[in-house]
Ligand binder design. Structure first.
Ligand code: FES
Length: 149
C-alpha cells in the first residue's frame, strides 16, 4: 500500500485515522476528497492540509477585505485555482497543530492559545500574527504533488 493510502482524511470537524509521511514530489490521491473536506499529510514530520474548498468557501475567502487581515494576503495569490488550498498545519504562534473546519472563521483553529485562521489560512485572531504558510503544489491525473517553492 502506498504512503498516500494511509493519509488521514478530514471530514469537516472530524478527522479520521492517522496522517502518514509523504515526500516532496510523491503523488497524493485527492479524488477521494469531497468539496468542503480535507486530507492531512505529514511532510518532513509536520502536518500539511490539502483542503478542497466549496464555491461558497472560495467566495467567502475572496470577499474578505485585506484591510481586515493582520497579515494581508489575497486569496487569489494563496490559492490561484480557488478550489485547492495547501497550507502548513502548524500554528504560526508557537507551532501547535491547528484543527481544520473549526473556529469563528471555519478555517483552522489552534487550541493552544486561541488563534483562528480563515478559509484561506489567513490569521484572523491572535496571538498568532502570521498566516499559515502556503505549500507549493501541482495537480494532475487526480493526484496532488507537493513542491518546494
Ligand atoms: Fe497556536 Fe499559540 S501555538 S495560538
Amino acid at each position: 500500500m502506498s504512503a498516500s493510502a494511509y493519509l488521514a482524511r478530514g471530514a469537516r470537524a472530524a478527522e479520521v485515522g492517522e496522517p502518514a509521511p509523504v515526500d516532496w514530489g510523491e503523488p497524493i490521491r485527492i479524488t477521494d476528497i469531497r468539496p468542503g473536506d480535507w486530507k492531512i499529510a505529514l511532510l518532513e514530520g509536520d502536518p500539511v492540509f490539502l483542503r478542497r474548498r466549496t464555491r461558497a468557501q472560495i467566495a467567502a475567502a475572496r470577499a474578505t477585505p485585506l484591510s481586515q487581515l493582520p497579515d494581508p494576503a489575497a486569496d487569489e495569490e494563496r490559492a490561484p485555482g480557488g478550489e485547492w488550498l495547501v497550507v502548513s498545519g502548524l500554528c504560526t504562534h508557537a507551532a501547535c497543530q491547528v484543527q481544520a473546519g473549526l473556529g469563528p472563521y471555519e478555517g483552522w483553529q489552534c487550541f493552544c492559545h486561541g488563534s483562528a485562521y480563515d478559509l484561506s489560512g489567513r490569521v484572523r485572531q491572535g496571538p498568532a500574527r502570521r498566516n499559515l504558510p502556503v505549500i507549493g503544489h501541482a495537480i494532475a491525473n487526480g493526484a496532488l504533488v507537493l513542491r518546494r517553492s
